[in-house]
Design a protein. Structure first.
Length: 127
């Protein structure tokens, strides 16, 4: 990667990567629906933040530790919804189920990709 150049990265498309992208776009769409229905622009801002993370996911700037940022962000989205008075409960509960799956996927992909990056344990290195 060169400085000032942001290129698309090669992604090994596993079921978890596909589910992550689909669920993130679904959650963003649900947040836009919450924003337009309630008139609360906070939900639109949260949706844009989630979409910005997905754009970053496709670039060579992505690092596995950013899955942790995604997990925290999804958790924060739930806190904001509760603080906003839990509007549109039925729609929001669907979104919270999607976000629970997103959280689990973020943690799963973080662990999986960090393990793949770690050097293999060498037989003779233990004493």
């Amino acid at each position: 990667m060169s400085v000032g150049s942001y290129e698309l990265r090669e992604i090994e498309w596993t079921w978890a990567h596909i589910a992550l992208v689909v669920l993130a776009f679904l959650s963003a769409g649900l947040h836009f629906a919450l924003a337009t229905t309630t008139g609360d622009t906070t939900f639109a801002v949260l949706a844009v933040g989630l979409l910005a993370g997905m754009v970053l996911f496709f670039t060579d700037l992505w690092q596995p530790v950013l899955y942790l940022v995604g997990a925290v962000y999804v958790g924060m989205m739930t806190v904001v919804w509760v603080l906003a008075g839990m509007p549109l409960l039925a729609l929001a509960l669907v979104d919270k189920a999607v976000q629970a799956l997103l959280f689990a996927l973020f943690v799963y992909l973080l662990v999986t990709e960090m393990q793949a990056m770690s050097p293999p344990d060498m037989e003779g290195s233990r004493e």
